[in-house]
Design a protein around this ligand. Structure first.
Ligand SMILES: [Zn+2]
Length: 306
């Protein structure tokens, strides 16, 4: 049995918004890097299927799904929100991205693998209950978390999000769901300008000033995330793995380097081992400099495979 699986689908590239940073080349660069470094040979690669509606309904209402399906154009691109677009193929890409997450979660629950990485797009963590937003259509990690919680063996889960942007969508979905611990580090006073100050016992926010370094990030994680994780004792760990907090990223102004992502990945893997029987599913969120993105995914996946 391979310990780690890689879930992806080439049709996730068929979601194109002209001159948009969240572009098909992102996924191509990631997959190319995993092939070049031989990491993809160390994992079982699984071609994702489309998510079932019943799995989306735990997070988004049916009317929201229908609305997205109707809005997909036959050619060109249409704006569904300020900076979120759909092209021909976007709806299927979104269903594959969510489907990778649900399939990975079920495979881990069933003991087929201990952990999985979902190399998918569009990303998901800005999608709120009834609102596509910030390049995101369905909230992939939230759908995965609810898939796990639907299993009687799982009582509590944790979602850890180190994307440079705050996970407003994930917070919107789980703000009243105490079984779900959501920890997010993000650049303060920055997009999405929603839920930035929101926190409660199971919603943990770690804002970082523009220019913050890996040292600041690690300090925030140690101070905010670790006590919350130790108290929550999650049965399943989910990672919203955005790499736009890297210093080369064109969208954010944080100064993280590959070693910081290695550090946090190792930490979360250890928490998964201690509390969750090793169960961990990580899914791609942001990251817009192709070289930095592929290098960070390489570092993240290598650490999962250690
Ligand atoms: Zn981001």
């Amino acid at each position: 049995m391979s310990k780690t699986a890689l879930y992806t689908h080439p049709d996730c590239e068929h979601h194109e918004m002209e001159r948009h940073p969240e572009r098909p080349d992102r996924l191509r660069a990631v997959m190319q890097r995993l092939d070049d470094t031989g990491l993809s040979d160390q994992m079982l690669t699984v071609t994702a299927g489309e998510v079932e509606d019943v799995d989306i309904w735990r997070v988004h209402p049916g009317t929201f799904i229908d609305d997205l399906a109707i809005r997909e154009p036959e050619s060109g691109a249409v704006k569904v929100e300020t900076d979120t677009y759909m092209s021909p193929g976007s709806f299927r890409a979104a269903k594959l991205a969510a489907g990778a997450n649900t399939a990975a979660t079920r495979a881990v629950l069933n003991g087929e693998y201990q952990q999985a990485f979902c190399a998918i797009r569009p990303p998901g963590h800005h999608a709120e209950i009834s609102q596509a937003m910030g390049f995101c259509l369905f909230n992939n990690v939230a759908i995965a978390a609810e898939t796990a919680l639907a299993d009687e063996r799982i009582d509590r889960v944790a979602i850890l999000d180190f994307d440079v942007h705050h996970c407003n969508g994930t917070v919107d979905i789980f703000k009243n769901r105490e079984e779900v611990l959501v920890c997010s580090s993000f650049q303060e006073n920055f997009y999405p300008f929603r839920y930035l100050d929101y926190h409660n016992e199971h919603i943990v926010s770690s804002p970082l000033e523009a220019g913050a370094t890996g040292r600041d990030f690690r300090q925030a994680v140690e101070q905010d995330w670790i006590p919350a994780l130790l108290s929550h004792k999650p049965d399943f760990i989910f990672i919203s793995a955005g790499f736009d907090a890297h210093h080369l990223d064109p969208l954010g102004q944080l100064m993280l380097v590959e070693e910081d992502f290695v550090w946090v990945t190792r930490l979360l893997k250890d928490i998964a081992a201690d509390y969750a029987g090793g169960r961990l599913v990580s899914t791609l969120e942001g990251g817009y400099d192709l070289e930095a993105l592929s290098s960070c995914v390489d570092a993240h996946v290598s650490t999962l495979l250690e």
